[in-house]
Design a protein around this ligand. Structure first.
Ligand SMILES: [Zn+2]
Length: 384
């Protein structure tokens, strides 16, 4: 992380930007406005990554932000620009994602500082070991002068490649439901129990898995996944008496997601009834969708078109720092096409031409925000 900070700090210092590391380990560079006391646009993404990762998830967004400022060639805008390289988005070490961006919205509290990694080191201890002071966490928070957050990020999925498009405006970050479904039947001898006298939990699970797929295919934008299945007792010559399945459901609209989960659980009960078993549903996670700011999304679409690309709006199925920033300030994202949709893998890549288009789009976006009447942020501020 220190090597990464040194490298990115060098990029920003070459643009004469003052750079600081806040108490949560976020690297923050400042590009001043034409006037003092101007509002501030935040551009950024995360600098951490996952084990066995690719080279672009997160850090590309920081590199694009710095490239945008470089392309301004010293030109000053009616607003200042801060670049944030967030410290811990993935949550690999402490099992809690978005630690860096949480600091900006004032959500790194005592409870979070007390979480431990697998070696028993607390977040507080890790921050101190790095040479930072957890007591200075409040100074990492955003003051009232920030008017928007924009994040460039690889899509990490196959949608843009499939459409033959380089860029997309992200209009929402999907809400997510996760739970575990258990079918309870009766285990019995595979040789002596006739077909019509069985209470087969694996057959019920198979039936339900296919209806999950069928129901999700019928609803636009809905994704539903059974990613894990366990059968008990789990022997070749025994009819399974119990199966446990995970279900993960995501959609940009909470009502649609919640309705779909309800339908799927009802479907499981129906299947259980007709097969003379019981079904039990246990909720593990309910996370609401986070809409991106409509004004910023529309401006990003305009900027994508101005860069000569076909525009596209899409939902992000994965979580990002932008969903944390959206708690406090209008936020939006630009997705870049991801070859083969591969991410969190060394094969992760991005096309140089797509990065060029993203930078072009970013420059148009800055000009559009600068050309907004009166104060650049007035259109956004009015709705805050
Ligand atoms: Zn990421």
């Amino acid at each position: 992380m220190r090597d990464c900070y040194r490298e990115v700090t060098g990029w920003m210092e070459s643009l004469k930007m003052p750079v600081r590391l806040d108490a949560a380990g976020n690297l923050r560079g400042f590009y001043s406005a034409a006037q003092p006391h101007a509002p501030r646009l935040l551009l950024g993404s995360h600098l951490d990554t996952v084990p066995n990762a690719g080279a672009y998830d997160g850090v590309l967004g920081v590199a694009i932000a710095v490239s945008l400022l470089e392309a301004l060639e010293g030109r000053r805008l009616p607003f200042a620009i801060e670049v944030a390289g967030f410290s811990d988005e993935e949550g690999v070490r402490f099992g809690v994602p978005f630690i860096g961006s949480r600091a900006l919205v004032g959500r790194v509290d005592e409870e979070l500082l007390a979480v431990h990694d697998q070696q028993g080191v607390s977040l507080r201890g890790a921050i101190e070991d790095f040479g930072l002071n957890p007591a200075e966490m409040p100074q990492a928070g955003m003051g009232g002068d920030y008017f928007a957050y924009v994040e460039f990020h690889i899509e990490q999925g196959p949608v843009l490649e499939d459409l033959g498009k380089a860029l997309a405006a992200v209009d929402s970050i999907a809400g997510q439901s996760r739970g575990e479904l258990t079918f309870l039947g009766r285990s019995n001898h595979a040789g002596t129990t006739p077909m019509h006298l069985r209470h087969d939990a694996v057959a019920a699970a198979a039936d339900w898995i296919l209806s999950v797929e069928r129901i999700a295919q019928r609803v636009r934008g809905l994704v539903a996944t059974v990613g894990k299945i366990e059968a008990q007792p789990g022997a070749a010559n025994v009819i399974a008496g119990e199966t446990r399945l995970t279900l993960d459901v995501r959609h940009a609209t909470d009502e649609i997601r919640i309705g779909a989960v309800k339908d799927l659980v009802m479907q499981a009960q129906e299947i259980a009834r007709s097969r003379r078993l019981t079904a039990r549903w246990n909720v593990l996670l309910e996370q609401p969708a986070v809409p991106m700011d409509p004004f910023l999304v529309a401006e990003i679409e305009r900027a994508i078109a101005a860069a000569g690309c076909a525009s596209h709006r899409m939902m992000s199925g994965a979580g990002h720092d932008a969903m944390i920033m959206a708690e406090k300030i209008p936020s939006a994202m630009v997705f870049l096409r991801t070859p083969d949709g591969i991410s969190h893998d060394p094969a992760e890549s991005v096309a140089v031409e797509d990065v060029e288009k993203a930078i072009e789009c970013g420059l148009h976006l800055l000009d559009q925000l600068a050309a907004s009447p009166a104060a650049p942020s007035s259109a956004i501020r009015e709705r805050m």
